[in-house]
Structures are given as C-alpha cells and as structure tokens.
Design a protein around this ligand. Structure first.
Ligand code: ATP
Ligand code: MG
Ligand code: MG
Ligand code: MG
Length: 477
C-alpha cells in the first residue's frame, strides 16, 4: 500500500465517523513555545486548553512534523526520521477513551478490502499508563485484547506532554510485532525494535505547569474538557504495509536513497556504515526540502539553524560515501520533489526556489569543508601523535572561528576518528569571545547601555526550549 493511500484511508475512516478533515499546518509553528511542529496536535493546542472554541468537535489530519531531537537516531534505528507525517484523529471535549480505543483497533484490524489496514490481531500489542485501569479495561474487556498483550508503563513512555507548560495526559500506545527476526520476545517493554510503535492515543486531561523533564513536571489542574489526541506515524505504517525493513526504504524515501547510492556508486545493503550514510542522506534531503518549502532559510539561529545543520549533514554524508567535490544535492532535491509532490503539489510549483536555496547552501558548505578539513586533519594528526584522545577546545574554537566549522560538525568528524572534543574548553572560549564583543559594543556607546538586547536573547532562548539539543548547538554558533 502506497503512502498516499495510507493517508487517504486514514482520513476517510475518520471522516466517515464525523471528523472534519483539516489540512496540515506549516512546519513553522505558530505556537511561540516551539520552533517547528513536532506533532499533529500542535495546531489544535488552543482547543485542548480551552483558549479557543473549536469550530468542530472532531477532527482528523495528516500533519507534517520535524523532530530534531531524533537526529542522532536517523539511519541507525529502523524507525526515526527527522521529517515524518503524523496521522491523527482528535476529539475536543467529545469522545474519550471509550470510543478512541475501539476506533483505533477497528481501523488497524479491518481487512484491506474494506478500507482498513488488515493487521492480524495477534500481531498487535498495547501499552497503558501504569495506573490507567480504565484504558486497560477497555482494551481487555471491550476490545478483547488478551492480558498477555497489554503492558503497563510509567511516565517515560505512557504520559504525553509537549515539554513545556500546556496540555498533557496518560496515553495508550499500539505496537506491531515484526517477528522474532527483529528481536526478543516479551512485548514493547522488552524490545522496541521488534515491537514497532505505530500509534499513540493521548487522553488530554491535565494542564501542566512547569516541565523540568519528560518525567518531572507539575500538574497545574484539570483541563476544561477531556479530549483525545492521537498520532500514528505514516512512515512506520508504510514500512509494515510495504514489507520493508525500515522507514527509509518505503516508497517515498527509498527513491531518494537509491538515487544517492547511484550517484555515489555505492551498493545499499553491503556495508553498515555506508547504509547508515545513505539513510541519513535520504532522510535529511527530504526534511530539507520540506522545511525550505515551508519558508525556512538556512541561518545561524533558530529554525534556520535546524535546516542548516540537517542540510550540511546530508552534504557531509555524501562526502563520506565518496562524493568528493561533486554536487549532488540538486539531483536529490529533484527526486524528493517528484516523490513528495504527490502529497504536496506545492513542491512542484516552488521547485526553482527550493533548488536555489539548497544549491547555494551546498556550495557554501563545500567551500567551508574544503578549507576546514585540512586544518581539522592536522589537528587530529597532532592529537593522535601526542597520544591523546581529546581534541583541544582551542582547536575546536579555531575551526569554528576561522573556518566556520560548527561545533557539531567537529564533534561528528572527531568521533569518526575515535576522538572526543574538549567541549567545555570550546564553550569557555566562545563565551570569552562573546563577552569581549559585548564589552566592545558597550564601550562604543555613550551613556546607558542598551539592555533591550538581553530581552531579545531571553526571548530567543525561551523559544528553543522544547528542542533542548538545538539550543545548545544554536548557542554554540
Ligand atoms: P518512539 O518511542 O519510537 O521514539 P515516540 O513515542 O517518541 O516514538 P510519539 O511522540 O508517541 O512517538 O508520536 C506518535 C507517533 O508518531 C509514534 O507512535 C510514531 O508512529 C510516530 N513517530 C514519532 N517519532 C517519529 C520519528 N522520529 N520518525 C517517524 N515516526 C515517528
Ligand atoms: Mg521518540
Ligand atoms: Mg515511544
Ligand atoms: Mg509514543
């Protein structure tokens, strides 16, 4: 079943059950607490919080999502992409657990010939929040899932929130057993590679206050109404329904991967390191195209930096595959626009602009690599000659300051050489440089210092809170 058909089926199923089909919002979040949209519920957040009255009680959507915190998993696990699409059904103070759970089950197990996804019931496992007896009872008594296939889990896995003050609540997740060739028996608790998480049903019930981590947060109170927010990964469904090993081999992504292999004369499936690079390239080119199409431009901060980092990682991985000085991003972008253009026709209309942005960033980064790599190699050589395992903070700083190497690039390249980097030393030098610049600027001014800049910095750092990882790297720029 093609990706586009999976999306159509999902929307049709819920539309037939009283849900309004809502088009995907832009990846650029309107929500000021987020840089990019990481989940299908984001555009509906004001409805969950009771800040706005929803124009419908039930909705369904295919939302474009970007999750930068998953970047290091890409290509290494079978299931993490930086860009993916979340299929969702939502209830705003309408139905709750008693309907959401049977609806999800019905769609997954309904035969393909009747508009469902045709999963055999005995391949499915579910998890519930440890004290959510109601969800357990519905799964067990109403739906008929045997007790051996229902597992209870804690806050880490079965409680969903946005990482910032907002709506949240316990969730129940549905997993597909890919079989013993993918790992150990024992359900999702034992092995999340074998048991692939496909669908999360969140029961939005609480207003969260301060959120310190995934498992450490304050509950400020109950939401004005009980709501449902669900998210099913389109790419994970496609991997199962297309019978492929991982989400980089599905219809939409494999064409990009295959072209990258052809261009770099690499055979996919021969060497694990090269395979990881090919998956990274396919994933990152796809994410870059979708971000640029939504109006993100490469820059050194915020979402522009997310794009820059992803694009540059794609270019670097092409080099690891032997691309040398060749520029392949144009062709890979063209393939991506062709495959993703089926679901997003605007990509075809905007193709010239998308190419222009990506081509320019590739050219500038190849220039950076050309000058910086020799310096980097010399630093590695010196470190190894001295019998050390860590590249100096001053070396990382020089690479950044003089040659434009972002710290995450230095970290990645060093780790490929089996070396660590003195990040603390690097950050200290960065801070010293910033302090010097500030002092210079203040000295240039007469009278009172302009403190509005601190307000702006605060605003900016506040915004990247959700993507903790990016905050660090964006700052390190
Ligand atoms: P995992 O535990 O596998 O990282 P998750 O629990 O973080 O997934 P949720 O936040 O529950 O994921 O998101 C809902 C659904 O979106 C998941 O069940 C999955 O199908 C899909 N999904 C989440 N993250 C990704 C990703 N990085 N790439 C592709 N699909 C994803
Ligand atoms: Mg995750
Ligand atoms: Mg999970
Ligand atoms: Mg989940």
């Amino acid at each position: 079943m093609e990706s586009a058909e999976i999306a159509r089926r999902f929307l049709r199923f819920f539309e037939e059950r009283g849900h309004t089909v809502v088009p995907s919002a832009s990846l650029i979040a309107e929500d000021p607490t987020l840089l990019l949209v990481p989940a299908g519920m984001v555009p509906f957040k004001p409805y969950f919080l009771g800040q706005q009255k929803p124009p419908f009680k039930r909705a369904t959507s295919v939302q474009k999502c970007v999750r930068t915190p998953d970047i290091d998993e890409v290509g290494k696990t079978t299931r993490h992409a930086t860009f993916f699409q979340m299929l969702g059904n939502f209830s705003f103070g309408d139905y709750f657990k008693e309907q959401a759970i049977p609806l999800a089950w019905e769609l997954l197990t309904k035969p393909e010939s009747e508009g469902g996804f045709g999963f055999p019931a005995d391949r499915l496992w579910v998890t519930v929040y440890h004290d959510d007896d109601e969800a357990y009872r519905i799964w067990h008594d109403e739906v008929g899932v045997p007790a051996e296939h229902i597992q209870r889990r804690g806050l880490e896995d079965n409680y969903w929130h946005m990482g910032v003050p907002g709506p949240g609540g316990p969730c129940t997740e549905i997993y597909y057993d890919r079989g013993p060739e993918y790992g150990r028996d024992g359900g999702p608790v034992a092995d999340e590679n074998r048991y692939l998480e496909v669908w999360n049903n969140v029961f939005m019930q609480f207003q969260l206050g301060a959120v310190r981590s995934k498992t450490d947060f304050d509950v400020a109170g109950e939401l004005p109404a009980r709501s449902v927010d669900t998210g099913m990964g389109l790419e994970r469904m496609a991997a199962i329904l297309q019978g492929v090993d991982n989400i980089y081999e599905i219809d939409t992504t494999y064409k990009i991967l295959d072209r990258a292999a052809e261009l770099t004369r690499t055979r996919y499936g021969r060497d694990e390191r090269a395979d990881v690079s090919l998956r990274v390239v396919a994933d990152h080119v796809r994410t870059s195209v979708m971000l640029v199409a939504d109006g993100v431009l490469p820059s050194n901060e915020g979402r522009g930096y997310v794009l820059r980092r992803i694009l540059r990682r794609a270019v670097r991985n092409l080099r690891l595959l032997g691309a040398g000085e060749e520029r392949y991003m144009h062709e890979l972008t063209a393939v991506t626009i062709a495959v993703m253009g089926e679901l997003y026709p605007e990509l075809k209309a905007d193709a010239p602009q998308i190419h222009a942005v990506i081509d320019a960033e590739e050219a500038s980064f190849l220039g950076t690599l050309r000058t910086g790599t020799a310096i980097f190699d010399a630093a590695v050589e010196e470190t190894k000659r001295k019998g050390r395992g860590t590249l100096g903070g001053d070396q990382a700083f020089q690479l950044h300051d003089t040659y434009g190497f972002p710290i995450d690039l230095t970290l990645e390249m060093a780790s490929e050489q089996g070396l660590k980097v003195d990040e603390e030393g690097f950050r200290r030098l960065m801070k010293e440089q910033r302090d010097r610049a500030k002092a210079d600027a203040a000295a240039k001014k007469t009278g009172n210092a302009d403190i509005s800049v601190f307000g702006r910095i605060l605003e900016k750092t506040g915004k990247v809170d959700f993507l903790g990882y990016d905050q660090v790297t964006a700052e390190a720029q």
